[in-house]
Write a protein that binds this ligand. Structure first.
Ligand code: PTT
Ligand code: SF4
Length: 609
């Protein structure tokens, strides 16, 4: 397939071995790239049941056929077995590392083993090296990146971990460009466990394209279309930060550990407050609609804000001051912690303090104590050490009734949308392939518009449609979904660019089938890695949303209905061709050309026809 090199770099850090893998063409045809490539590699090559923090875990950085070409295609997928959830974990990060890796002649970098001392991998035009990172170990993300750029080139792309990844915090992320983060399910810790401080790339090779002139024309057309969209100027003013105001109006802004959906001080942290403080606008590489809003925190230091970061480190923990929130966000970026999980574990600790389940805890809204706690999490000290393992494990240690308000699904903390009155969004969290993340189906905006209190088959259909587009198309191409989601770039543009890049002639049926194959293989991976201990409970959000109604705002009294949620979940399984336990059926595996996994999957669970 054109648009891909058909080559990946395979680096074994234990043996110091680097080899070029010319991977079989059917991987590209059946899985395209990005997330598809990653799950195929993990299923085929990961030894079942490995400890995610052991040398045997596999870490994949994967681009796709459109990565590095233009119109928001400076993205890549990072994936591994997650130390937070024990299942499949991935993230999507905008970084010059991805574009340079592709231009260096590789579609992906696969890392196994563990280095004997801190190391980093440097890739440049067809070659790769394992180099010492002893002088970088212990540095924060921005210091690490700038030192590596001084050594290699200002144009080099760098992805690195901060102290949290080194200390194996289970929700540590990988960081790039000081404000791009990826791999919520602890992929920073996977790097740390391999003593891999960073990956660096530099490349200037052009990947062969099927119709180069038409690609150029379409990219120019897409670029112009994005710039001409009605919402463009507001988007570059506020980006994802506009969502604070929307979430408050819709009563879905996570507040006080997802007890409520409205926050009394939301105005102090919304998009307009951000605009007043904004000093810069950054972006991922080759972006047509930049959204990296940079402000100064209360100490005058730069911090790049997004909706999720501000909601989880603001309203969810009772902090209504943008300068304070910005400092917490900056700490997360420097230390390499996922802001969503961080806000969730801190909110959990504040509620546990209020309920006297922990002594010497932390009060709601105490920003100074929160700063200290964040550093303690990154360095695994005291209460921070308990929280560093994520909210699920923390609730198992703390006990009481905390399981019901430990806000996660499958071990991944819930991102910033409250679901007391959003059953389809709750189902999106329940069935997301990495745990409770919104990226595969941000169905909540459609749901609030079309009837938020309904439980219906139409909602399940919409959910699957979104999962196919967002979790399939965008995660395999690999490109930022915002031109389509936020500005309404026509979805049809994507198959057009894909066809001219690759030389294939496909339509949405092809992309939907690839997406379904990926979803089903990821599900099989979860079941295999749980050694068959799979249950429908894994797809159910926390009890809080079913048992404790909202007490504030225009929809006070709202809560989810458990039986109706289960009803929608069962319909979801049927539509995916999975049985009533959520396990893929043999017929589905065959239909999706996944026959070859049947013998192995059957060892872990009885498969139904
Ligand atoms: C993403 C998750 C998100 S989703 C946010 S804000 W968002 C948080 N950002 C963090 C951060 O910042 N620092 C930090 N230390 N932790 C953070 N954790 C949270 O991580 C991101 C954008 C955003 S901003 C979103 S929605 C879109 N996500 C895309 C996606 O998933 N796929 C895709 N094809 N396109 C996307 N475009 C948008 O990209 P994860 P980024 Mg991120 C500082 O990685 O693991 O997927 O978690 O990648 O380059 O920062 O861009 O309101
Ligand atoms: Fe990155 Fe935002 Fe541009 Fe998407 S819209 S590529 S997240 S800067």
């Amino acid at each position: 397939m054109k648009g891909l090199w058909g080559r990946a770099l395979w680096v074994d850090l234990s043996r110091g071995d680097i080899r070029v893998w010319e991977y079989p063409g059917d991987i590209a045809l059946d899985f395209i790239g990005g997330r598809g490539f990653a799950i195929r590699v993990l299923w085929d090559y990961l030894q079942p049941g490995v400890d995610p923090l052991s040398p045997d875990n596999i870490l994949v950085f994967a681009t796709g056929p459109v990565t590095s070409l233009g119109v928001n295609s400076g993205k890549m997928v990072v994936a591994s077995k997650s130390p937070l959830t024990g299942g499949y974990g991935d993230g999507n990060i905008g970084s010059h590392f991805g574009t340079n890796l592709k231009k260096a002649g590789f579609d992906a970098l696969i890392v196994t083993g563990k280095a004997s001392k801190p190391s980093y991998i440097y890739v440049e035009n067809g070659k790769a090296y394992i180099l010492s990172a002893e002088a970088l170990w212990g540095t924060t993300a921005s210091v690490c990146e700038s030192r590596l750029k001084e050594v290699h080139s200002r144009s080099a792309g760098v992805i690195c971990i901060g102290p949290a990844g080194e200390n194996l915090v289970r929700f540590s992320v990988v960081i790039s460009q000081s404000g791009r983060a990826g791999g919520r399910p602890g992929l920073g810790a996977v790097m740390g466990s391999k003593k891999l401080k960073a990956v660096v790339s530099l490349g200037d090779m052009d990947v062969p394209l099927a119709e180069p002139r038409e690609v150029k024309r379409l990219l120019a057309e897409g670029f112009k279309a994005v710039k001409g969209k009605e919402g463009y100027s507001f988007w570059v003013r506020q980006g994802t930060m506009a969502t604070i105001e929307w979430s408050q109006a819709a009563s879905v802004l996570p507040t006080y550990n997802f007890r409520e959906g409205v926050f009394e001080f939301y105005r102090m942290i919304d998009g307009y407050s951000m605009e007043a403080a904004k000093v810069d606008l950054r972006s991922c590489p080759i972006c047509a609609m930049p959204c990296g809003n940079v402000v100064r925190d209360y100490e005058g230091i730069l911090s790049e804000l997004d909706y999720e970061n501000v909601a989880m480190l603001g309203s969810n923990i009772g902090i209504g001051h943008l300068g304070y929130v910005s400092k917490l966000n900056r700490l997360a970026d420097e230390l390499g912690l996922d802001t969503i999980s961080l806000g969730a574990v801190i909110g959990f600790a504040m509620e546990a303090t209020e309920k006297k389940l922990i002594r010497d805890g932390i009060e709601w809204g105490d920003h100074k104590a929160t700063e200290t706690l964040i550093v303690d999490i990154a360095y695994r000290r005291g209460l921070g050490n308990i929280l560093a393992d994520g909210v699920k494990r923390a609730s198992e240690k703390i006990g009481g009734d905390s399981r019901g308000w430990a806000m996660h699904v499958k071990g991944l903390e819930i991102s910033a949308y409250d679901c007391h009155a959003a059953p389809a969004m709750a189902l999106a969290y329940g069935t997301s392939p990495i745990g409770a993340h919104h990226k595969d189906a941000w169905i909540i905006s459609w749901e609030v518009k079309t009837g938020r209190f309904d439980y219906s088959e139409a909602k399940v259909d919409k959910l699957i449609e979104l999962q196919r587009i967002r979790g399939g198309l965008f995660e395999t191409l690999v490109a930022c979904r915002f031109p389509w989601v936020e500005l309404g770039l026509e979805l049809e543009w994507y198959p057009r660019i894909f066809n001219t890049v690759t030389g294939l002639r496909v339509d949405f049926n092809y992309f939907n089938e690839v997406a379904d194959r990926i979803y089903t293989l990821i599900r099989a991976f979860w079941i295999r890695e749980q050694a068959g201990n799979w249950s429908i409970e894994m797809d159910i959000p926390p009890a809080r949303w079913f048992k404790e109604p909202l007490t504030k705002g225009p929809i006070a009294g709202a809560k989810l209905d458990y039986d109706k949620y289960l009803w929608m979940l069962k319909i979801y399984y049927q539509k995916r061709g999975w049985d009533e336990r959520g396990v893929p059926r043999v017929t589905t595996l065959r239909k999706l050309k996944l026959d070859y996994i049947i013998p192995q999957l059957s060892k872990y669970i009885t498969l139904q026809e």
